[in-house]
Design a protein around this ligand. Structure first.
Ligand SMILES: [Zn+2]
Length: 157
């Protein structure tokens, strides 16, 4: 099933001035279905958790990036905030189902080539893990009423 790959003629004009729309389209394409509701991810919200530059050299940080994701070490994952437009990047996203459950996904983007991006990891989180991921991080002295980092950055797919 590759029905949506033909209509790329006007994609760049659609994305003018709004990189979030480009990312949203990319996530819709890569994720395909939500691990919670098992339908398409359109209408779900997403926010960037972490990014890291991928270089040609061996970088132990990349291993730690995956470890932090798979082991649900969210504050540690949030420490990865290193992005450069003219390189490949690992990007970790939180995706929220309308039913409020969260998933995480790691994609690798290729410098200025959204079509070349690949989904490397995705996981539907339990409600408990999702809550931990959403909670304000103590680094920022978060109180209960504080808006989470997620709600500050969220975009609808
Ligand atoms: Zn869903």
């Amino acid at each position: 099933m590759s029905s949506s790959t033909h209509s790329k003629s006007n994609q760049s004009s659609l994305d003018n001035g709004d990189p979030n729309r480009a990312v949203a389209r990319l996530l819709v394409k890569l994720l395909n279905t939500c691990g919670h509701c098992h339908s398409g991810v359109q209408g779900h919200e997403f926010a960037l958790i972490a990014t890291w530059i991928v270089t040609k050299e061996i970088d132990n940080a990349l291993v730690k990036f995956f470890e932090a994701t798979k082991e649900h070490q969210w504050p540690k994952l949030r420490e990865f905030q290193n992005w450069r437009g003219r390189s490949d990047n690992l990007e970790a996203y939180a995706i929220r189902c309308p039913g409020q459950n969260l998933s995480v996904a790691i994609i690798k983007t290729h410098f200025e080539l959204l079509q070349g991006a690949r989904l490397l990891y995705s996981e539907a989180l339990s409600t408990e893990e999702g809550d931990k991921l959403l909670s304000p991080f103590q680094v920022f002295g978060g109180s209960r009423s504080e808006r989470t980092w997620f709600s500050q950055q969220t975009t609808v797919l």
